[in-house]
Design a protein around this ligand. Sequence first.
Ligand SMILES: Cc1cc2nc3c(=O)[nH]c(=O)nc-3n(C[C@H](O)[C@H](O)[C@H](O)COP(=O)(O)OP(=O)(O)OC[C@H]3O[C@@H](n4cnc5c(N)ncnc54)[C@H](O)[C@@H]3O)c2cc1C
Length: 290
Amino acid sequence: MLPRRFNLHRPDRIEDAVALLAEHGDDASPYAGGTELLIAMKARVLSYAHIVDLKGIAALRGVSARSDGGLIIGALTTHHELANHSLVLERLPAYALLSANVANIRVRAAGTLGGNLCFAEPHADPPAMLCALNAELVLAGPGGERRMLLAEFILGELSTARATGEVLVRIEVPGLPAGTRAGYRAFGHLERPAVGVAAVALPLGKGFDWRLRVGSICGRPTALAGLEKAMRGLPEADALAVLAEGAEQAAAAVEADDDIRGSAEYKRHLVGVLARRAARAALGMEALAA
Ligand SMILES: Cc1cc2nc3c(=O)[nH]c(=O)nc-3n(C[C@H](O)[C@H](O)[C@H](O)COP(=O)(O)OP(=O)(O)OC[C@H]3O[C@@H](n4cnc5c(N)ncnc54)[C@H](O)[C@@H]3O)c2cc1C
């Protein structure tokens, strides 16, 4: 099926995109790589009278360094660019690998990180890891720019805090203390992950301050808060022992649904397995790439 007819706008400045989106309100949608939007429009699940193509806006592109050692990622940066960018490979190798395993080469080449986050399809890889890294978003709207945590931006399945008229400009990942480690593991038998777990370990005393975030299993990334607390500051071997012992119980408390990707029980089992493997990958006990 073809999408319903629409007017295509091609602004080359963020202000012009914002003005168009504000003018046409719910009749308009931003468009980046189109890998989600076009499918939904062709199926006529979504339809808009005005499409605002962001691809001509140079200010939404590129990856650069934050002075604190973190990264600034333009919303139009594709997964393929992130997987291969020298700064990402140097500062966040686990995130580069995550990007290299998103979808297939066609989707990675066209699909942007901004589109992934703004669509908020739960079966996605970036949100869990970016939430564990405390990533922030910068959005431009009719009233100017605002900044918010990604963890507060994703409200649930296909639902975000993006207001009508707003464009996601960039994603910022704060710098991490020297010695911070990160790992990610996901599993699914269909396109897109059934469950993914990100583990970020920040040096603390003789061990680490752990951030364990589960993605894909429900509408928004979830912290395994009890486990994080129990593992805090313990030497590596002790932290892994706590994780091995507590993972199944922690997973049992995670919200999950039965769907085509598996039963809630199966997905919770995956949480336990993937949390252990993501933590081991972060500590260098397993290869970063699965
Ligand atoms: C076959 C297939 C397999 C996939 N597998 C995976 C997978 O394994 N892991 C995974 O993480 N993801 C997966 N995805 C999802 C993929 O990552 C996204 O489709 C892609 O990142 C979306 O980016 P896009 O630029 O194409 O967005 P678009 O389709 O252009 O837009 C998506 C939504 O975001 C909005 N939007 C886009 N950019 C902005 C912006 N800058 N500001 C405001 N709103 C914006 C649009 O209005 C639209 O609502 C898969 C997708 C497909 C089709």
